[in-house]
Design a protein around this ligand. Structure first.
Ligand code: ADP
Length: 342
């Protein structure tokens, strides 16, 4: 009985009612005079038909009235701004409630995903902050417990503590930048930009770090005319800095970082390639995730926060463009992204 439809309920009641009426007519006829079988054979279908139509409408109306309130609430939740509330049939209600249920399940899955992401993010941040804080505390305690008087370590330990502070600052700056990019607080200002001169400026500003690592930065086939693209100057500057700094950090002594431009119809493809340590294939799919590092120890030594590539990806995606990486361990890595021509 529990899965009865309005149709099923009306059918059952109609059968009962028409059987009862037919029986009643039969008994009355039997008692009053002789039974007219032609009349009896007509009473059943007529009463059945009439009661079926009547009950069907009544049951539908009854159910409709009962679930109207629930439906209205669900429907209101689903309505978009400015959308009018419309009349509905029972079949429509069923489809809409099923849709609503599906939507709710998807929303719950999305919220669960966000919750996991939040938990993982908070865990990562506290883990990343713990290392420099404990290091700083260690150096300061040693200094307080007598190290300050020891000329062999006092300046050295202060410098190390200062390095820890620098690490924390860059971590916090990167986190701040990522959260601003994600919340849309940093606006991407698209302007006509000569990408060739941006590359030249960024390369020049990193010349000192490159020298320290004995790596040369080469702009291959440096164009002697402007290459106009549509991009956010500050964002693209940051992308190039992050990619070139990585090529120096994970490069080899006497290595080189090659920057190339390719004309691709509507786009310009920018490549930053190094002949450094390279990246194992299993790391490539996760490389642009926050805090992802292929070698945690080495990356920390080089002052990496694990956020550089994730910032790069955010900026490129805000330009509606893509970034890719190809790499071979021991041979080198190539990062490439596109920008729309202006
Ligand atoms: P980090 O601050 O650790 O450098 P990134 O997000 O910039 O963080 O990079 C994530 C990881 O990707 C790095 O820790 C490193 O393992 C790897 N990686 C990035 N660029 C290169 C590269 N040019 N060569 C080799 N490995 C790289």
């Amino acid at each position: 009985m529990k899965d009865l439809t309005p149709n099923g309920i009306a059918l059952r009641i109609s059968v009962l009612v028409s059987v009862a009426i037919t029986l009643l007519v039969f008994i009355l006829e039997y008692l009053v005079s002789s039974v007219n079988y032609t009349l009896i054979s007509l009473v059943f279908p007529v009463t059945f038909l009439a009661s079926y139509v009547g009950f069907r409408i009544a049951v539908e109306k009854f159910i409709y009235k009962k679930i109207k309130v629930i439906y209205r609430t669900i429907h209101k939740l689903k309505l978009k701004k400015g959308e009018e509330e419309k009349e509905f049939s029972l079949t429509q209600i069923q489809t809409e409630v099923e849709d609503w249920d599906k939507l709710n399940k998807e929303e719950i899955e999305r919220l669960k995903g966000l919750e996991n992401y939040r938990r993982e993010f908070v865990g990562n941040v506290s883990h990343e902050l713990k290392t420099p804080i404990f290091n700083i505390q260690g150096y300061l305690l040693t200094l307080l417990e007598g190290g300050l008087e020891d000329p062999n370590i006092n300046v050295k330990y202060l410098e190390k503590a200062n390095k820890g502070v620098d690490r924390m600052i860059s971590l916090i700056e990167n986190l701040d930048e990522i959260s601003k990019l994600e919340s849309g607080a940093i606006e991407i200002k698209m302007e006509k930009l000569d990408i060739a001169s941006v590359i030249k400026e960024v390369s020049a500003s990193l010349e000192m770090s490159a020298k320290k690592n004995n790596i040369s930065i080469v702009f291959v086939d440096e164009p002697n005319k402007p290459i106009w693209v549509k991009a956010d100057a500050q964002g693209i500057n940051q992308v190039l800095v992050n990619l070139i700094v990585n090529s120096l950090k994970y490069g080899v002594e006497d290595g080189e970082t090659l920057i190339k431009l390719f004309d691709m119809h509507d786009n310009i493809l920018i490549e930053v390639a190094d002949n450094g340590q390279g990246i194992a294939p299993e790391h490539l799919p996760r490389l642009f995730e926050r805090f992802y590092r292929t070698d945690k120890g080495r990356a920390r030594e080089t002052g990496g926060t694990g956020l550089g590539l994730s910032i790069v990806k955010h900026i490129i995606e805000a330009h509606n463009q893509t970034i890719n990486v190809r790499s071979t361990e021991g041979v080198g890595s190539t990062f490439s992204f596109t920008l729309k021509k202006a």
